[in-house]
Design a protein around this ligand. Structure first.
Ligand code: PMP
Length: 281
């Protein structure tokens, strides 16, 4: 499998970065994951715009995010990937002697892109729904930046796995915000509810599309908090994400969500999302 690293297309096994890379030393970088359906990247522009936002906020000097789309296309081609896949992008502040403050101007960022075939989660997850647990949100207050600094997400996701659950939901001040690697939606009194775009969640590309699709389907939407102590009022709950798509949650901390089965609104959004994602013709 060929990957792209700092201007070169090289075999994955030969890709090397410096031990002084700030991604390695400080998790000083951003990443993106783009889903490929039948060989075609989905929502690439939106993902690259979000990456540009992260780079700007972290003041990492890399302006050419548009070129990443071409690199991804070449990787799909050279690796002969025509089916389902993901493309991973990572940019760090580059390699320099370890000091917290930024390295000297002109230090080139490290740019890595890899495409690999993707096996979707089992159909049963999408059909029957999955379990989630709640965990306290101990992340920093810039969750809008898709930083590679993911330790709280890693620990939360591992707790979910050990509990036999698919996802861990971060709770801050009594509010269910998002998952360790997905956004969260609820249905309350027929309205689709998700936490507003702000620094406490990642502005999911899938989240945006789900909101748009809901509008097109005439489903009322509201960007507002979902409170843990009003759990009993939640009729449906689901996750959204690039690889997670629209995934129903049927249990949280062992308690059934609504009827305990994926709900009608979730189903409609799930179908419409799949239809939007799969290239036509
Ligand atoms: N929140 C977090 C913390 C995530 O890691 C992800 C996955 N990138 C998402 C939400 C969903 O975002 P997207 O729909 O862009 O994949």
């Amino acid at each position: 499998m060929l990957v792209y690293l700092n201007g070169e297309y090289i075999p994955h096994a030969e890709a090397r970065i410096s031990v002084d890379d700030r991604g390695f030393l400080f998790a000083d970088g951003v990443y993106e994951v783009v889903r490929v359906y039948e060989g075609r990247p989905f929502l690439m522009t939106e993902h690259l715009e979000r990456m540009a936002h992260g780079l700007r906020e972290l003041r990492i000097a890399f302006d050419d995010v548009a070129s990443l789309g071409d690199i991804a296309a070449r990787l799909l081609d050279e690796n002969d990937i025509r089916g389902d896949a993901t493309i991973y992008f990572q940019i760090t502040r580059g390699a320099a002697p370890r000091k917290h403050a930024f390295p000297a101007d002109g230090t080139p960022p490290t740019v890595y892109v890899a495409a690999k075939p993707f096996a979707q989660h089992p159909d049963a997850f999408f059909h029957d729904g999955v379990a989630a647990i709640t965990v306290p949100d101990n992340r920093w207050a810039r969750c809008d930046i898709k930083s590679v600094s993911l330790l709280p997400n890693v620990l939360a996701n591992q707790m979910a796995k050990e509990a036999g659950a698919f996802e861990a939901l971060f709770v801050r001040d009594g509010v269910l915000l998002e998952g360790s690697h997905s956004n969260l939606f609820g249905v309350v009194d027929g309205t689709l509810v998700t936490y507003p775009r702000c620094n406490y969640i990642l502005p999911g590309i899938t989240r945006d599309l789900v909101l748009r699709i809901a509008g097109e389907l005439g489903i009322p939407t509201r960007e507002a908090p979902i409170f843990v102590d009003r759990f009993a009022r939640i009729d449906e709950l689901f996750l959204s994400g690039t690889t997670t798509e629209v995934m129903p949650i049927v249990r949280v901390d062992g308690k059934a969500v609504g009827s305990g089965r994926p709900g009608e609104i979730t189903r409609r959004l799930q179908e419409a999302y799949r239809a939007a994602a799969h290239p036509k013709g």
